[in-house]
Ligand binder design. Structure first.
Ligand SMILES: C[S@@+](CC[C@H](N)C(=O)[O-])C[C@H]1O[C@@H](n2cnc3c(N)ncnc32)[C@H](O)[C@@H]1O
Ligand SMILES: *[C@@H]1O[C@H](CO)[C@@H](O)[C@H](O)[C@H]1NC(C)=O
Ligand SMILES: *[C@@H]1O[C@H](CO)[C@@H](O)[C@H](O)[C@H]1NC(C)=O
Length: 316
């Protein structure tokens, strides 16, 4: 009897999700309602939007950072990610299963961990080509140690990994650690990477500054752990800057605050370069504007946020 009840509950659940999906397809994807929902981006808007994703009004950047700007474009690899993502989100039964698991566990488990468990919601920051352009390196450039902090499921780590002999990562989410180990990356503890007795040639801190509890300490630790002359930090920050930390299934305020001034992307980039980064002992060598893309779900083909990606050099 209990089993039957549970079975019918699951059936009703799936049926209502199915109806919801059809409803969103029919109504929410009309231009008017869609414009109210920032994240509902359909394939046809991609080409037009591409310009907004990468554009920068260089005239309102601060003079000191202006020469470091690099213009990026929607390249083949990025388009391929968008295509794969649209294909996956169109796969109804997988999406229904994902939605079911999320609903069941979201009161107790972080969204990051649920995605890690399901192997969904992979992110895209840059293509191998965009990474090389930003770093000003060739395809066969090699170095020794990479440390990717808050690496997520390791899909972004993979883009950088071919240039390094040893790859280290950190994560707080248990299911994400599991994904990283599956990809054969060494996972260090969040209080361990600073005290290994060696320094790193590249540290990446992608979309982590606004999601960790102590960003000031993090930047200080990075500065100390980098190889002092050749070492570089690749840092991506979602702008406008809105810090919050995911603990269990809840969102909380971080205990340390970074001061980021200005409203526009350009103003916030300038403020970070002259404020936060300078105070932490870093100079901006290069930066670009990129969309931070996430695989979609049953409601949208993909999601995007606005990223600023910097290459930072340690300074006196
Ligand atoms: C927004 S995701 C970014 C993932 C990946 N770097 C990317 O750019 O797509 C932030 C990740 O940082 C992890 N995280 C949060 N605080 C952390 C900390 N103090 N140390 C390491 N990872 C942390 C979270 O579990 C989450 O997977
Ligand atoms: C993405 O899909 C479009 C349309 O379906 C196709 O024309 C294009 O070649 C695809 N691009 C890549 C890089 O897969
Ligand atoms: C890129 O690196 C080359 C040498 O490898 C150097 O000559 C050039 O000035 C660098 N470009 C930038 C923009 O830093």
């Amino acid at each position: 009897m209990k089993l039957l009840l549970f079975g019918s509950w699951v059936f009703c659940y799936f049926a209502s999700l199915l109806v919801l999906r059809m409803w969103t397809e029919a109504y929410l994807r009309s231009p008017l309602t869609r414009s109210l929902l920032v994240n509902m981006v359909s394939e046809s808007r991609t080409q037009q939007e591409a310009h907004e994703w990468y554009g920068c009004r260089t005239e309102i950047l601060g003079e000191a950072v202006r020469p470091a700007f690099i213009q990026s474009y929607l390249d083949t690899e990025t388009q391929a990610f968008l295509n794969r993502s649209a294909e996956k989100s169109g796969c109804l039964f997988t999406q229904l299963y994902h939605s079911f698991v999320s609903t069941l566990f979201s009161p107790f488990v972080s969204r990051t961990s649920i995605n890690g468990y399901l192997g969904r919601g992979s992110m895209f920051v840059f293509s191998p080509e965009q990474f090389r352009q930003l770093m000003n390196i060739s395809q066969d450039w090699k170095s020794k140690r990479l440390l990717d902090l808050g690496a997520g499921d390791g899909e972004v780590t993979k883009v950088m990994s071919s240039h390094f002999e040893e790859i280290y990562t950190t994560e707080v989410s248990a299911t994400m650690k599991w994904q990283l180990e599956k990809k054969q990356y060494r996972v260090l503890g969040i209080d361990e990477w600073q005290d290994t007795g060696f320094q790193y040639d590249l540290i990446s801190c992608l979309n982590l500054l606004d999601r960790c509890d102590q960003p000031v300490k993090l930047l200080k630790d990075i500065r100390r752990s980098l190889e002092p002359s050749k070492g570089r930090l690749v840092l991506a920050a979602v702008l406008p800057f809105h810090p919050y930390v995911e603990i269990g299934g809840k969102w909380e305020q971080p205990s340390e605050f970074l001061v980021v001034e200005g409203k526009t992307w350009e103003e916030q980039v300038t403020s970070m370069a002259n404020g936060v980064f300078k105070e932490a002992g870093f100079a901006v060598e290069a930066f670009t504007r990129l969309p931070y893309l996430c695989e979609g779900d049953m409601y949208s083909d993909y999601y995007h946020l606005d990223d600023a990606v910097f290459v930072l050099r340690p300074e006196e």
